[in-house]
Write a protein that binds this ligand. Structure first.
Ligand code: HEM
Length: 171
């Protein structure tokens, strides 16, 4: 069976080695060693998302306040790109597939998410030009990893309860 990583590479067109090139240097340090570039990027990104002319996409984020979404994302990015574990200290394990479970993370949603992230990256001056393509490869691969994870969790939900796991019927 194809792994989620394999699906992510196939669907995103980004090989795993390119997706994780962000780990070859410490991106957090390379960008100055403060959260500010990540705050800038997430603010830029979510400003685009919350103002998206495509209502179906904006709607996906309607359960969260923009300020909270910005903080969740920039703390995750600081942590993932080599900085202090801000996200885990406040929210626990990132568990991205599980955290995205309530949302329709489809191929179409991934492309829209990536469209905004590409534009946000291009216009965030506190991120240097060398780092941008590496971050974009990571985002592309992760977005499709989440699409694959979302499909998998939805398929598992539709599997009827079986007697191999428990004698009690599912509630
Ligand atoms: C593929 C399309 C995606 C969709 C539709 C999507 C949607 C969402 C939504 C609706 C939220 C809730 C907002 C909040 O309250 O924080 C969220 C949270 C989050 N997303 Fe995504 N996302 C996508 C891709 C990604 C990618 C590629 C990453 C990482 C590179 C990511 C990382 C996160 C993180 C860290 C949170 C905060 C989780 C938490 O604190 O509970 N997402 N996402």
């Amino acid at each position: 069976m194809q792994s989620l990583q394999d699906k992510a590479s196939e669907w995103s067109g980004v090989a795993a080695a390119d997706a994780f090139a962000i780990d070859e240097v410490n991106v957090f340090e390379a960008l100055g060693g403060t959260p500010q570039p990540f705050v800038d990027l997430s603010t830029n990104f979510y400003t685009r998302v919350y103002e998206d002319e495509e209502e179906w996409f904006r709607e996906i984020f309607s359960g969260s306040k923009k300020e909270d979404a910005i903080q969740n994302q920039y703390e995750f990015l600081v942590q993932r790109m080599g900085g202090p574990p801000l996200f885990s200290q406040r929210r626990g394990h990132p568990a991205l597939i599980g955290r995205h479970r309530p949302f329709p993370v489809t191929h179409r949603a991934a492309e829209r998410w990536l469209h905004h992230m590409q534009q946000a990256l291009e216009t965030t001056e506190s991120i240097n030009p060398d780092t941008k393509p590496k971050m974009m490869n990571f985002f592309r691969h992760t977005a499709y990893f989440l699409v694959a994870g979302n499909e998998m969790t939805r398929q598992m939900q539709s599997v009827p309860p079986c007697k191999h796991a428990t004698s009690k019927p599912a509630e």
